[in-house]
Design a protein around this ligand. Structure first.
Ligand SMILES: Nc1ncnc2c1ncn2[C@@H]1O[C@H](COP(=O)(O)OP(=O)(O)OP(=O)(O)O)[C@@H](O)[C@H]1O
Length: 286
């Protein structure tokens, strides 16, 4: 099956002559996949997203979304992609939250009733009905992210692109955002492409991870595969999630554990170790 997104050895030159390349492994995203892009500052993650969105045109290489070069088919491609930019202030434009979310459906010429139905549905999905009358400018950072997400998915796009969705969120809001994003993927089949520096959230978010470093796509794999590759991570200024690091230390000490992909899997394995040591239920305190 044709991938939804394909990028092969992309080269971009910004007006000030800064050259950015995303070469090495091909960047391929299939329908329904949750793809996370990791990499140090300046690796080219946002540049890659801008190409997928058709905001930039490559000097060399292939960028295709649904088989088409996005920059040449901007309107058609953008109908199928929702986006939440890193700085959401730049994308929230409505005088009230309701108008902001209603922007795209109104633009598409939907009737007043149809627009209202869409806005209310997405507000309910993201649990932001109480914000609809507010002035976006005065919302908190986390609320703004949710409003931007609502605007991005109000037309239920095939693909959702998010640049640093957890940036500046408090721990509880990060988990809420993570759950919302996963729900959009699970319930509505939306394909996800996400960049983040929040490595500890990646285990619960990614089917596939790509690592970008110094102009190259240096690794692609499942979280389990990626977080085993210490050398690649180190070179890209990345550290494995804390749970993965802990379990690799346990392995080094001879415990028969596998890298956990969730808190639940870590808990299960730790309880087993404690059970085998005969200490579960003893209220271990030392
Ligand atoms: N508009 C621009 N004009 C000139 N150079 C730019 C522009 N936007 C980005 N760059 C440069 O392109 C390179 C890649 O930047 P990009 O924002 O894609 O990296 P990133 O991986 O998203 O970084 P971060 O993790 O810090 O967000 C950097 O060297 C950056 O300075």
């Amino acid at each position: 099956m044709e991938p939804l997104i394909k990028v092969q050895c992309l080269k971009h030159v910004y007006p000030d002559k800064t050259e950015v390349s995303v070469c090495g492994l091909d960047f391929i995203v299939s329908k329904g996949e949750r793809t996370v892009i990791l990499g140090p500052n300046g690796a080219g993650k946002t540049t890659l997203l801008a190409h997928i969105l058709g905001l930039l045109a490559p000097v060399e290489g292939v960028v295709e979304v649904m088989g088409l070069p996005p920059y040449k088919n901007f309107n058609e491609i953008r109908k199928n992609i929702g986006v939440v930019f890193q700085n959401v202030d730049e994308q929230i434009i409505g005088p009230r939250v309701y108008d902001d979310i209603a922007f795209t459906p109104r633009n598409e010429g939907l009737s007043k009733e149809a627009v209202h139905e869409k806005v209310m549905k997405v507000a309910k999905t993201l649990n932001i009905e109480d914000l609809l009358n507010k002035i976006p400018h005065y919302l908190s950072g986390g609320q703004k992210k949710k409003v931007a997400l609502a605007g991005a998915i109000v037309m239920m796009p095939k693909i959702l692109i998010m640049d640093e969705p957890f940036d500046s969120l408090d721990p509880k809001s990060k988990v809420e955002m993570l759950d919302m994003i996963n729900c959009l993927n699970k319930e509505y089949g939306i394909t996800l492409v996400i960049t983040t520096h929040d490595i500890n959230l990646v285990l619960g978010l990614a089917d596939t991870i790509y690592i970008l470093n110094q102009g190259n796509v240096v690794a692609k794999g499942t979280p389990e595969e990626i977080f085993m590759q210490d050398e690649i991570l180190r070179k890209a200024n990345l550290e494995p999630p804390i749970l993965v690091a802990l379990f690799s230390r346990l392995r080094e000490k001879g415990y028969d554990v596998i890298s956990p992909i969730s808190l639940e899997s870590a808990e299960e394995q730790l309880l087993l170790i404690l059970q085998n040591a005969g200490r579960v239920g003893e209220g271990v305190s030392s």
